[in-house]
Ligand binder design. Structure first.
Ligand SMILES: NC(=O)c1ccc[n+]([C@@H]2O[C@H](COP(=O)([O-])OP(=O)(O)OC[C@H]3O[C@@H](n4cnc5c(N)ncnc54)[C@H](O)[C@@H]3O)[C@@H](O)[C@H]2O)c1
Length: 310
């Protein structure tokens, strides 16, 4: 299939691009390289440097190339920054999608796949979160991702463009940016691999659902062929505390610093996990990489990466 991947120079979508290329698809990547890296772009993919908020550039590309599928990962991903500057978040996450969809409705497109959020969609509720729970996003970032889903539903009803929204839990794996506000495994791994001591916000008992990036890439492959239209949680339904993450990363890197705590971050939910029964029933998807194995792989990747970077 002829596929456009937006954000394909970034952490998750570069792995999706690798999986699509390996499956024999013809991949084009559109990315502004704001957080993505040229070296993560699959060499078999065509790369176009553009910003999805540049309506002319993104629409010209879509109308010229007439992609069969658009896999949309380019986004503003910082939840904290979305609170400080909700207009910037909406400009990228909502207007960016609308720029894409207004061109997509003019070509015989087969499907849109959206990278959505499970962690920022359901609010402070009892876990695990199920797709039937009404969305209760607590940040502009969560609101913009929910708005994207509602727009995709509108384009499906109005223009019959099928979509699959994959609501990821906390994704982790090689290439994750350790300098952002989330991605605690990347942050701990990079710091500990450099011999620095990372800070744990709060008492470390808050939990998250961590899904490995190759499992997320597999869900994106399965989403290409399903007839299903709608939202699917992509997570592990397993809650891991921040203290456990720290211990596993430190163990994988064979370091033994005492834990250092700081005040909890305002707005951080205490617990998060996603029920993936629907994805299992519809896509036949389930996570393959257990947490200890995944953390070990990531910690080793950051160790090598730090050596290479110097
Ligand atoms: N990392 C997670 O745990 C997680 C969880 C849920 C959802 N998501 C979603 O997955 C997607 C990818 O996230 P990631 O963690 O790989 O982040 P990332 O920052 O590594 O990837 C985002 C990519 O989009 C590009 N980009 C950003 N703004 C752009 C713009 N205006 N025009 C063109 N390109 C632009 C960046 O350069 C980068 O390559 C995002 O949509 C994010 O909201 C991520």
């Amino acid at each position: 299939m002829k596929i456009l991947i937006t954000g394909g120079a970034g952490f998750i979508a570069s792995h999706v691009a690798d999986a699509y290329v390996q499956a024999g698809h013809q991949v084009t990547i559109a990315d502004n390289l704001s957080t993505g890296k040229l070296e993560y772009i699959n060499p078999a993919a065509t790369f176009v440097k553009l910003d999805i908020t540049d309506q002319v550039a993104i629409q010209e590309l879509i109308l010229r190339e007439r992609f069969e599928v658009i896999n949309h990962h380019a986004a503003h991903i910082l939840v904290g920054h979305s609170v400080v500057d909700p207009q910037f978040d909406a400009q990228t996450n909502i207007m960016g999608l609308l720029n894409i969809m207004e061109a997509a409705k003019q070509i015989p497109i087969k499907k849109i796949i959206l990278a959505a959020t499970g962690g920022a969609m359901y609010g402070n509720r009892a876990t695990p979160f199920v797709e039937t729970m009404p969305a209760l996003p607590e940040s502009p970032y969560g609101v913009s991702k929910r708005a994207d889903e509602l727009y995709l539903n509108y384009y499906f009803k109005q223009y019959q463009i099928p979509y699959v929204s994959l609501r990821y839990s906390n994704v982790y794996g090689p290439r994750q940016n350790p300098h952002g506000e989330s991605g605690v495994i990347a942050i701990f791994s990079e710091a500990l691999a450099k011999g620095q001591q990372p800070i744990i916000h709060g008492d470390g008992t808050n939990t998250r659902d961590y899904v490995y990036v190759s499992d997320v890439a597999a869900a994106n492959l399965l989403a290409l062929t399903t007839q299903f239209v709608g939202e699917l949680n992509i997570g592990t339904q397993t809650e891991i505390s921040t203290n456990e993450v720290y211990d596993l990363v430190a163990q994988a890197l064979r370091v033994n610093f005492p834990k250092q705590y700081d005040a909890p971050r305002p707005g951080d939910v205490m617990a998060s996990s996603l029920d993936f029964t629907k994805a299992k029933e519809i896509l036949g998807w389930q996570p393959q990489i257990d947490f200890a194995t995944g953390v070990k792989q990531v910690a080793e990747w950051y160790q090598t990466f730090n050596v290479v970077q110097g």
